[in-house]
Design a protein around this ligand. Structure first.
Ligand code: SF4
Length: 257
């Protein structure tokens, strides 16, 4: 079976500049938000690139993830592997146990399949509430959002203000899927083996499936729902993008993964 590296790693024109820009964005953010900045990592391929950049350049950026209680075993194992590889501790932010017990008792363990409202309620208690705690006392956060991931994300800026006035950075906004895997291959970044099983976007186990050739990048997430509903609320759109560095134009080279 071909690995994700075999399938996707390809150097395309402008990669070195995109890498330099992403690194500079992170450095500038560290200078501005020393001790108060976190990478909110899903442990997906993009977030492993960012983890590698942070560790490689000894940047004072905490790495944290939402341990929803519904992650794949492979994702949890990657936490341990990444910690050992980089010599870091990854913060795990879990939902409140009593809220989960109450929700499951009332709605069952498969509530997310029954309605969008129940799915969003599950995301709210397992992801949004723990995210709030992750971001408490922090003035900036880093995400692995990229513009080509979905129509909803097509205009993701490098830096914006979230609804609480924190800086939200997406240093890989203009990276292609080929860029991500080129970096992973050349820097030997640990990654989730589920990417080798045709899961480009990995979330909770009940809400992630493999995609077929030609399907959209995020079609394996909440596949039973309409396209427009497919966000969990972690990345609500905000107005007023700001930038501390010159904005680069959107990269469209190698945009099809
Ligand atoms: S992705 Fe699925 S399992 Fe995870 S929090 Fe959302 S609805 Fe619940």
């Amino acid at each position: 079976m071909s690995s994700a590296i075999d399938l996707y790693a390809r150097e395309t024109p402008g990669f070195a500049e995109r890498l330099a820009h992403a690194t500079e964005l992170l450095r500038s953010a560290v200078a501005e938000h020393a001790g108060h900045i976190v990478l909110s990592s899903s442990l997906g391929a993009e977030d492993m690139v960012l983890t590698d950049l942070i560790a490689r350049h000894h940047m004072a950026i905490a790495v944290a993830t939402l341990e929803t209680g519904k992650l794949h075993a492979q994702t949890l194992e990657l936490v341990r592997r990444a910690e050992a590889h980089y010599g870091i501790t990854i913060e795990l932010h879990r939902p409140r146990a009593e809220a989960v017990v109450h929700f499951v008792r009332r709605n069952g363990d498969d509530a997310m399949y029954r309605s969008i409202e129940l799915r969003k309620a599950c995301c709210a208690l397992r992801k949004l509430e723990p995210l709030e705690r992750m971001l408490e006392h922090r003035t900036a956060w880093v995400t692995g959002l990229r513009r080509e991931q979905s129509g909803e994300r097509a205009h993701v800026p490098f830096i914006e203000s979230d609804e609480h006035g924190r800086s939200k950075l997406s240093p890989l906004a203009d990276w292609s899927w080929n860029d991500v895997w080129h970096y992973i291959a050349t820097q030997q970044v640990p990654y989730n083996p589920l990417h080798d099983a045709f899961m480009p976007s990995i979330g909770c186990e009940p809400c992630t499936r493999a995609i077929a050739v030609g399907e959209d990048f995020r079609s394996g997430r909440w596949w039973w729902e309409d396209e427009a509903a497919k966000e969990c609320g972690l990345h609500v759109k905000t107005e007023g993008a700001v930038s501390a560095l010159p904005q680069r134009t959107q990269n469209t080279e190698g945009a099809s993964a």
